[in-house]
Design a protein around this ligand. Structure first.
Ligand SMILES: [Mg+2]
Length: 315
């Protein structure tokens, strides 16, 4: 896809025209209806590489090429406490706070085998009890509810002071998002399943979200993510970039994006081991007291370790 569809669009072009190249790639994909999925992910990868070239040519860290740091350090939220027995989840959350996190994310949307929505309420209760009132606690549903269930559960857990409820319903149920946002008090977050800007535009226009969570490896790289930041700002919506189990390049790119985004809430930072993230000659930056320092070297700031990458080569 990259070699045959997208490379011919950028071959021989000036990387400094990165925004125009982004739009040229999108214009190439549009007639085939390639708005979502790995095609957009391929395009997102090229856009990240082009911005890396631009920043390296300017000899500045990438966030400076994007318009400078909006902040000196990037606040993160630790992610995430996955489904287990409620007591075990509370213990994991407490340990994350002990490691210095000021904000964490927990998993909700339990299946019937795990106790369903009633157990979700219990999970919120025991974790809030374990971490105390000062820690921001978001909850990720991964689209496990329908809108009516989401509204009902949110009313029951609101007293445990949730920072946000993430992906309460399926990404394409925009009516559902609108209903959830209007019918209960917890702020609504989504975006990791959106590809490109147009889905976000609709969600923002309908006032369906309080936080957008763009994934830089899906939305269309830095170009689209920075445009989303501006769009979100005009709607008074905060940005909390998604990283999840992304590879190391996307994690690093998300750090630069977060640094350069004026309306940042917090960057997601996964505490779960991810071999695809450890592909550099030096480790990815680690949070200290819930914050990440900004890379200082030009471009993305770390060098790929070819030996580590070789493990994942397809033959
Ligand atoms: Mg999520």
């Amino acid at each position: 896809m990259v070699r045959d569809l997208l490379w011919p669009v950028v071959e021989g072009k000036d990387a400094r025209d990165v925004q125009g190249l982004h739009d040229a790639m999108f214009a190439t994909l549009r007639p085939w209806g390639h708005y979502r999925g790995f095609v957009q992910e391929g395009m997102s990868g090229i856009d990240q590489a082009l911005w890396d070239i631009v920043a390296q040519a300017q000899r500045v860290p990438l966030y400076r090429a994007l318009g400078g740091a909006a902040r000196e350090r990037v606040p993160v939220y630790g992610s995430k406490v996955y489904t287990a027995e409620p007591r075990a989840m509370a213990e994991e959350a407490r340990a994350a706070v002990a490691r210095g996190h000021h904000a964490i994310k927990i998993q909700l949307g339990r299946s019937a085998e795990w106790g369903g929505p009633n157990a979700d309420v219990e999970v919120c209760r025991v974790i809030r009890e374990a971490i105390g009132p000062e820690i921001a606690m978001g909850a990720d549903v991964n689209s496990a509810y329908d809108a009516a269930t989401a509204v009902r559960v949110c009313h029951r857990v609101a007293k445990f002071d949730l920072w946000f409820i993430e992906e309460p319903v399926f990404p394409d149920d925009i009516d559902g998002y609108e209903l959830v946002r209007r019918s209960q008090p917890i702020p609504v977050a989504a975006g990791e399943s959106e590809f490109g800007l147009f889905g976000f535009r609709e969600l923002l226009k309908r006032r369906a979200l309080d936080y957008v969570q763009p994934e830089i490896a899906r939305i269309g790289g830095f170009t689209a993510a920075m445009r989303l930041g501006a769009l979100a700002q005009t709607h008074n919506v905060k940005v909390a970039p998604h990283t999840g189990f992304s590879c190391g390049v996307a994690q690093l790119a998300s750090l630069h994006l977060a640094a350069a985004t004026p309306s940042l809430a917090r960057l997601e930072w996964m505490w779960i081991a991810n071999p695809l993230a450890e592909i550099f000659t030096t480790p990815l930056p680690q949070p200290v007291n819930g914050e990440l320092a900004l890379p200082e070297r030009p471009g993305l700031g770390l060098s790929l370790d070819r030996k580590k990458l070789e493990k994942y080569a397809l033959r």
